[in-house]
Design a protein around this ligand. Structure first.
Ligand SMILES: *Cc1c(COP(=O)(O)O)cnc(C)c1O
Length: 405
């Protein structure tokens, strides 16, 4: 046997060969469609923060390897942010770690904290890197399905409790939740915290949308709940909060021993990253509340614009309490237009049919049938783009009323 006779991609990663985003983005280009698939803003973050990055670069700050845990200015700014927002006190030197986006923080946490065979409970639908990172760490993922209930996706607490076994090591939690737009409630978080304490579990929480919560929803970090401080790694990112997803500046906070463990894995992944951008993000985190309020309000208006368009087109629209995304149910469009409720077939046809690209939520599930009729649209786009998308989608409603459409 030669080294080419065996598949090159190993068994751990075989199921993660390609992502849906590549296929759908290619389809968007081919058909000239509006791409509401991938979740990145089409407007860059604050000018003054971009200027701060330019200044750092020109002044020779961060052009060489920054310190392993991140520059002190940024670690101090992250600690101050956690203190000001949530009353969580962290020592910038031992309890804060800067990473190459939240993606690296998640990967490093799982690689550091799991032994092969450890079970990790994560909600499905889940962010696409979770399954791959659990696999790379040799862990076993155990999905708990979020299901629609009274217009939002909800956690079934009994199902969560039943999913815990003697092999469970870690809960991987994401709130505000991508792709469903759900923000876990105080009741849900209290139950998660009680379970973690009772079964002595570690918790990794992905809070990259902490500043994108709407209406009366509130982001409550799990680390603030009783018994959670020393068992929780909290993860944030400048990408979503400041509309600089290309900068890849993220962070993890937690107890000194957890952060030191995550750092051990992180140092052999990227070692360090994003030098000059770290200086700019330190300034961004210190922006006045008016920035965060205006950003949230701007995104709320975008959410409402797209939600109205989707509802008029005939989708069932689930309430987005947080994130960049709206999840819809395609079945009310009718069997023909919704491809019998098959989100994959629907999303492959939508660019031709309406000139819009969306993502089938089924790709974020292990139990694909549970996610089959759900489709995700991103609203972190310019108003004119969302208006045009809504106009195009409305043509589905007309077609739904035409016999034989
Ligand atoms: C975008 C996103 C990430 C990745 O964040 P980066 O800082 O770009 O690495 C992680 N988790 C969720 C839920 C996301 O939507």
């Amino acid at each position: 046997m030669t080294s080419t006779a065996r598949p090159h991609l190993n068994r751990r990663l075989a199921e993660f060969g390609t992502t849906i985003f590549a296929e759908m983005s290619a389809l968007a280009v081919q058909t000239g469609s509006i791409n509401l698939g991938q979740g990145f803003p089409d407007t860059d973050g604050p000018e003054e923060i971009r200027e701060a990055a330019v200044r750092a670069l020109r002044d020779g700050r961060g052009n060489q390897y920054p310190p392993g845990p991140g520059i002190p200015e940024l670690r101090t700014a992250i600690a101050a942010h956690q203190q000001r927002r949530y009353g969580l006190t962290y020592d910038p030197d031992t309890q804060v770690l800067v990473t190459a986006g939240a993606t690296e923080a998640i990967a490093a946490a799982l690689l550091a904290l799991l032994e092969p065979g450890d079970e990790v409970i994560a909600f499905e639908p889940y962010y696409d890197s979770y399954a791959a990172c659990i696999a790379m760490a040799g862990g076993t993922r155990v999905p708990v399905t979020l299901r629609p209930h009274e217009g939002r996706f909800r956690l079934d607490l009994d199902e969560l409790r039943d999913a815990v076994t003697d092999r469970t090591r870690l809960l991987l939690i994401n709130t505000p939740h991508n792709p469903t737009g759900t923000v876990l409630t105080r009741e849900e978080l209290t139950a998660i915290a009680e379970l973690a304490v009772e079964r002595d579990l570690l918790v990794v929480t992905d809070e990259v949308y902490e500043h994108l919560v709407f209406d009366d929803a509130e982001h409550l970090p799990l680390a603030t709940f009783p018994g959670m401080r020393d068992r929780t790694v909290s993860i944030g990112s400048a990408g979503k909060t400041f509309s600089f997803t290309g900068w890849k500046v993220g962070w993890a906070t937690g107890s000194p021993s957890l952060v030191s463990a995550v750092r051990s894995a992180k140092q052999f992944l990227t070692y360090v990253s994003s030098g000059p951008f770290q200086y700019a993000v330190a300034e961004a985190l210190a922006l006045p509340d008016t920035y965060f309020t205006a950003f949230r309000e701007d995104m709320r208006v975008k959410r409402d614009l797209l939600a109205a368009g989707l509802a008029e087109a005939g989708f069932e629209v689930f309430r987005t309490a947080g994130t960049y995304f709206i999840t819809t149910d395609i079945r009310p469009l009718g069997a023909a237009l919704s491809h019998e409720g098959d989100g994959f077939a629907f999303c492959r046809a939508l660019p031709e049919q309406a000139g819009v690209v969306a993502i089938p939520n089924a790709v974020f599930y292990d139990h694909r049938e549970a996610g089959a009729p759900f489709v995700r649209f991103a609203f972190c786009k310019q108003t004119s783009v969302l208006e045009e998308a809504a106009k195009r989608l409305r043509t589905l409603a007309d077609r739904g009323q035409t016999p034989g459409a």
